[in-house]
Design a protein around this ligand. Structure first.
Ligand code: ZN
Ligand code: ZN
Length: 191
């Protein structure tokens, strides 16, 4: 005994006794089954590709030096600072927010000279490229404006931080993850 069906698997209409599918529905049913299979395969391939990309990324991250991870993290906080300061002018000069050149996330205490503050947002403020690239951050101008912006206490705290600090791999991965997500949220809401 075959499978007893009352309804056509394709159009769901009623079948005659002994029929398993309407003869007119056979072609359409086969096509629909084929399309369903193709969709399932495409979905599987997409998932596999995504997994592969994640795995490649994970391996690439695992091979990075600490200095490279720090550079990745700095890039993230520098952009966060630029977005936070998007309505401000340059921290180190008179350049207003409408300046159409490049804006940087400028470290008050340079990251090369003070690694402990390289990722600290109090230490990073929006500045024009001129000040950051060609005037070494223009620190003589930076400091008084920073005092005005975040307060003398915080600037003093920055001044008193140790020069170097080692960040662990785990800290930097976590930082990239958490601050990367924060950055993506900020990018969206700043649009
Ligand atoms: Zn049918
Ligand atoms: Zn400037």
């Amino acid at each position: 005994m075959g499978l007893l069906r009352k309804n056509c698997p394709h159009c769901l209409g009623k079948l005659e006794p002994g029929q398993r599918i309407h003869p007119a529905c056979i072609g359409g049913y086969a096509d629909a089954q084929q399309a369903k299979k193709a969709r399932a395969e495409a979905k599987k391939a997409k998932t596999a590709k995504k997994t592969e990309r994640a795995e490649t990324k994970r391996r690439k991250e695992a091979l990075k030096k600490i200095s490279e991870l720090e550079a990745d993290c700095r890039k993230i906080v520098q952009e966060i600072a630029r977005i936070r300061d998007r309505h401000d002018g340059c921290i180190s000069c008179h350049m207003g927010p409408n300046y159409d050149g490049a804006w940087h996330g400028s470290h008050y205490r340079a990251h090369g000279a003070c690694s402990s503050l390289q990722l600290h947002l109090w230490n990073i403020h929006k500045s024009c490229a001129q000040c950051n690239l060609f005037k070494g951050g223009n620190i003589a101008e930076y400091r008084p404006r920073l005092v005005e912006k975040i307060g003398a206490d915080r600037v003093e705290w920055l001044d008193n931080q140790p020069k170097s600090q080692k960040f662990s791999r785990e800290y930097l991965y976590r930082f990239k993850d958490v601050m990367g997500r924060r950055l993506r949220r900020m990018r969206k809401s700043a649009k």
